[in-house]
Ligand binder design. Structure first.
Ligand code: PLP
Length: 468
């Protein structure tokens, strides 16, 4: 399987190269040259073990890049009996009502759904780096949860040094501690005086400096990384297959960078019976606004909300949907995203917008409604949910049209990651699971840098063991 850029100006590369590079050299994102078909096997995915479904999906996207033995090792390390998920189901499905369900994606080491992809990326990197006897410098910008998941996954990878940029004062204490108190010697948590979009902009300029990127052997694990999308498509596929009767299954996805929701689209492309995907956002509503008005436009500033992992102005993976919905037209996609960087927005072509609206709906919810929903779900089901998960229910929980089919709400983080918000809404303080109960007793290590690419470059150059 070869990977091409959404902007049509970069050479096609292999799966491993697409994963290690993160972004294509023309500024686009990698997508597969064509969609693999999994065929009738998809129907059985719901009754197979998680690791074996992941192995089949990974094989479909990696093609000849990974041997059967490597596929087995990677998927077993990520999701098998000795995995770091605290349940063999990996992503347990909980029935809430006649036609609606909660998919618990927060059972991994850093208590957020980002663990599911990161736990796969770590053995995948190890495998690729060992093969070529290489080291990597991995950088990632985080709105809170990607960083912790990357740290937990990569802190034991000897060939990787990890630099996480987090927005100062914009992540919860539990989120921060997952980045600063891992004990990993190859891990650097760097607070940047700015918001998530500033951190993301710095990471983009690190990659844009080709010399720096080559010297540092730079790689990114942000949600644009193709391996993350592949890994996340597994639970959509497996869940749709488990619940699917004669019709399709709908999903409600708390959304920020549009990686998770796009993974749902990918699962559908490879044969999962998925109907519509609801994009639930907080006040940072670029996705619902785009679906409503047809104009993709960044806001002046991101709003700080109760669901900080979704405090994002620009949904990076949306570029992949634009590429798909324009009939995989790289030159149109390139010119639309050039106007985004030059003038802050673009109009989605009408035909593409119609295609998007058939598959996706978008609703934004306020903090006030989100807090109410945390209380309502607790009162009705006795369950504590995190504020991001609550945005899903706040946005789509009252829309009867969504319950014609089985509807699955994704629970994207553990409530104990946001204890103040959950306790304020319910009066109950969620406790940390046993595997990380000592989080507040561990020593923290963190550096603070100005919102300045050059300062970040110096910091990395001085520390990275991959530097050449
Ligand atoms: C990252 C994150 C999201 C948003 O996911 P995207 O793939 O960026 O759309 C939602 N909820 C939580 C808890 C997250 O960490």
């Amino acid at each position: 399987m070869r990977y091409i850029s959404t902007r049509g100006q970069a050479p096609a590369v292999s799966f491993i190269d697409a994963v290690l590079a993160g972004m294509a050299p023309d500024g686009g994102l990698y997508v597969p040259e064509s969609w693999p078909a999994l065929g009738a096997w998809v129907r059985e995915a719901g009754i197979r073990e998680y690791a074996s479904v992941a192995s089949v999906v990974l094989q479909a996207f990696a093609g000849a890049d990974l041997t059967p033995k490597e596929l087995h090792t990677i998927s077993t390390r990520a999701y098998g009996a000795d995995s770091r998920f605290d349940t063999p189901a990996v992503t347990p499905l909980i029935q809430l009502g006649a036609n609606h369900w909660l998919l618990d994606l927060a059972r991994g080491p850093s208590l957020a759904f980002k663990d599911i992809a990161m736990q796969l990326i770590a053995p995948l990197y190890d495998c690729a780096l060992e093969r070529h006897d290489r080291r990597l410098t991995v950088v990632c910008a985080t709105s809170g949860d990607t960083g912790g998941a990357a740290v937990e996954a990569l802190k034991r990878s000897d060939r990787v040094d990890l630099f996480v940029l987090l927005p100062k004062g914009r992540v919860s204490e539990v989120q921060r501690r997952f980045m600063t108190a891992s004990g990993g010697q190859n891990v650097y948590a760097v607070e940047v005086a700015g918001d998530f979009d500033d951190c993301q902009a710095i990471v983009k300029s690190l990659f844009a400096d080709r010399t720096f990127a080559a010297n540092a052997q730079l790689s990114g694990v942000n949600s644009i990384n193709w391996a993350r999308i592949v890994a996340q498509s597994v639970y959509f596929l497996r869940t749709a297959s488990a619940l699917c009767g004669p019709g399709a299954v709908d999903f409600v996805v708390p959304s920020g960078n549009f990686g998770d929701a796009f993974a749902g689209h990918v699962a559908k492309q490879i044969g999962a019976q998925i109907g519509r995907i609801g994009l639930a956002t907080n006040a940072n509503d670029i996705l619902p606004r785009t679906l409503q008005t047809g104009r993709y436009e960044r806001a002046a500033r991101s709003h700080a909300t109760l669901s900080p992992a979704m405090d994002i102005q620009v949904a990076s993976n949306f570029e992949r949907l634009v590429f798909e919905a324009t009939g995989r037209d790289g030159s149109t996609t390139a010119s639309l995203f050039q106007s985004l960087s030059q003038s802050g927005g673009f109009d989605v072509p009408d035909a593409a917008l119609a295609i998007m609206r058939r598959e996706f709906a978008g609703v934004a919810s306020s903090d006030e409604r989100t807090a109410q929903v945390i209380a309502e779900i607790h009162a009705e089901y006795g369950a504590l949910i995190c504020p991001h998960t609550a945005v899903g229910f706040a946005s789509f929980g009252d829309e009867p049209a969504w319950f014609d089919h089985p509807t699955v709400f994704l629970a994207t983080a553990h409530p104990a990651k946001f204890p103040e918000t959950v306790e304020a809404a319910t009066g109950v303080k969620p406790s940390l699971p046993a595997h990380c109960a000592d989080l507040f007793d561990r020593a923290e290590r963190i550096d603070t840098l100005p919102n300045d690419t050059e300062a970040v470059k110096r910091f990395i150059q001085e520390r990275s063991r991959a530097w050449s």
